[in-house]
Design a protein around this ligand. Sequence first.
Ligand SMILES: *Cc1c(COP(=O)(O)O)cnc(C)c1O
Length: 373
Amino acid sequence: MNYCDLAPSYIRAIAPYQPGKPISELERELGITGIVKLASNENPLGASPASVAAMQEAIKTIALYPDGNGFELKDALVKRYGVTHANITLGNGSNDLLEFAARAFLTVGDKVVYSDHAFAVYALATQAVGATGISVPAAKGFGHDLPAMLEAARDNKAKIVFIANPNNPTGTFLSADDLLAFMRGLSPETLVMLDEAYNEYLPEDKRYDSVPWMKEFPNLIISRTFSKAYGLAGLRVGYALAHEQVTDMMNRVRQPFNVNSVAQAAAVAALRDVSFVKKTFELNRRGMQQITDGLTKLGLEYIPSFGNFVAFRIGNATAMYRRLLELGVIVRPIANYGMPDWLRVSIGLESENAKFLGALEKAINQQVNGENK
Ligand SMILES: *Cc1c(COP(=O)(O)O)cnc(C)c1O
């Protein structure tokens, strides 16, 4: 028998998530070292020393189960955002939270709206519960078309709308005014999952605070993560802020100990280490300039990005991706995001960005000269 047939058709229809290639895998394949990975929007500075110290301390009590309610981390978030414990759901990465929203509120046949080229997990979480995803064509420049998404949500009586701001992999940004207009036009019976994984990277003149919006919009869920600017991707920790009834439902579908104790301790310390986030922001700003200047010099088109990564258009993207691998640089193909002619590169340290740009130039020249390798 084929055991795949035991799974519901909507599970069999899922295209698995394609993560960035790990450094260790490329090392095994090519037998080379000194590889630069700019494929998963990780923090090139690593984690903050304060959170590393907190992790070392937390390891001492690793034999004990974590606090299933995450009291201390929630308390730190309460102090930061002026919400209550009853507004917070903690997740094993913010990925977890996207799934909680889907599992808590969706069933077979429900409709979910998201944008073309939006973060892949929205479609995955939707499909995993047998709901129907409606992917709305992007606006000019690959961004979310909020008026079209509003219409799609209304016409289909969508239960959830997923919005990424900034979006990954495009880096596109929606202003506070546009988001508010969207929220005001939407039925309160439609939940909005506003995914702000890259919130900390927004330049000052674009920065907005969505947390107070929760008062006006009880259907708003804000999700944030410690994986990106806080440099804790390997630990898996994120949080969602929402109305207490929404939070109540999301908490019912999570595992009792979904966020481990080391992650909780590190996240508390990371939240306090404001200067590390600032340093990260500054490094990213300079690195973004370095990479986009380099792309321009190479005559390549890119999508202006508000995150810690940038998508650029390149002929033979798959072949170029492989050439870059051979040159020791891992970037991210985004054909599965409906962008087969584009690659996405994360912003790294100055030396890593330089290595990427050097490899890219070499790969382009090799292609022009018709060399195979
Ligand atoms: C990276 C990312 C996330 C979540 O990552 P976690 O590590 O699960 O917190 C969520 N949304 C977007 C748009 C992302 O790029």
